[in-house]
Design a protein around this ligand. Structure first.
Ligand SMILES: CN(C)C(=N)NCCC[C@H](N)C(=O)O
Length: 288
């Protein structure tokens, strides 16, 4: 007999509260798969840009329907991955840590992000080390979880800690299919209202030591099955109550419901052809 993984007197019994968010998105006007910098990309198969645009518009409508503010970054021709705004920076308390991309194909996105962030009066810092923004930094109100192994350099973790004054906990990713932290771990509730951060993750994407760290820090975390992780289920955006995730991740959605969250499935399958999902298209601008 197996032990149920979710206790009804634990986090499942909590009332979940959404808090308003400000997101930065960029329409996939120039979306394409012209190069392969992750295992999901196949430049030999043409993308359906109209479909990608429709999926992206739907995602934006979901956020505005939830009462969140969405700002837009102007898409640039020649930058087919620009739709993935999460990778452009990490913004915490009005301070922005601009990305420095690992692959030259995405380097020109850095300046566009820095200009947008400066234009909003944020305290903007260009990075001295390679990091890919919220792709590898998952922010909670008490600490930041930071991925390394494929894209972001470990040195960037220390840079982020010095900049934000929050503990940065490094986590090693070991499976190239989960090349960014946000493909393998999602913040469901950052703890800003509840006082207690809640996350979900796929253990197999992490080194043994990183799995131990996560288990110590978040013993109640939702552990997601590989099948749900492989459809980018963990590339999810949580506001404390609502969790926007790929509609294909049905098992994960059921776990979320059991915990009192409100999962909202969206189809981002065309964008997944470049290796991204809802979270990749969404950078949070945290000014408070
Ligand atoms: C969920 N992920 C991984 C993201 N945060 N970003 C997607 C980036 C995709 C892009 N082709 C690349 O490989 O950089």
């Amino acid at each position: 007999m197996t032990t149920p993984s979710v206790s009804l007197i634990g986090p499942a019994a909590q009332e979940r509260t959404a808090t308003p968010r400000h997101y930065l998105m960029c329409p996939p006007t120039h979306f394409d798969v012209r190069y392969a910098i992750n295992p999901w990309m196949d430049p030999g198969r043409p993308v359906d840009r109209g479909r990608a645009l429709a999926q992206w518009e739907h995602l934006r409508a979901v956020y505005t329907g939830l009462g969140h503010r969405v700002s837009l970054l102007d898409p640039s021709p020649g930058l087919p991955d620009m739709v993935f705004t999460a990778n452009g920076a990490v913004v915490v308390g009005g301070t922005a840590f601009g990305a420095r991309f690992r692959n030259p194909e995405r380097t020109a996105e850095e300046a566009a992000h820095l200009a947008w962030l400066r234009g909003r009066g944020l305290d903007v810092h260009a990075s001295g080390t390679v990091h890919e923004g919220e792709g590898d930094f998952a922010v909670t109100s008490s600490l930041i979880l930071a991925g390394t192994g494929f894209r972001t350099d470990q040195a960037a973790h220390m840079e982020a800690q010095e900049l934000f004054g929050l503990p940065v906990v490094g986590l090693r990713l070991v499976d190239p299919r989960f090349y960014h932290l946000d493909t393998a771990l999602a913040v469901l509730d950052d703890g800003r209202a509840s006082g207690r951060a809640d996350i979900a993750y796929f253990p197999g994407a992490f080194s043994g030591a990183a799995q131990q760290v996560l288990a110590r820090l978040f013993p109640d975390a939702v552990r997601v099955a590989e099948a749900d992780a492989l459809v980018f289920g963990l590339n999810a955006v949580g506001d404390g109550r609502n969790v926007v995730l790929p509609v294909q991740a049905a098992g994960f959605a059921a776990l979320l419901r059991d915990r009192g969250y409100h999962p909202i499935g969206v189809d981002t399958s065309e964008l997944a052809r470049a290796g991204g999902g809802p979270k990749c298209c969404t950078q949070e601008i945290r000014t408070a």
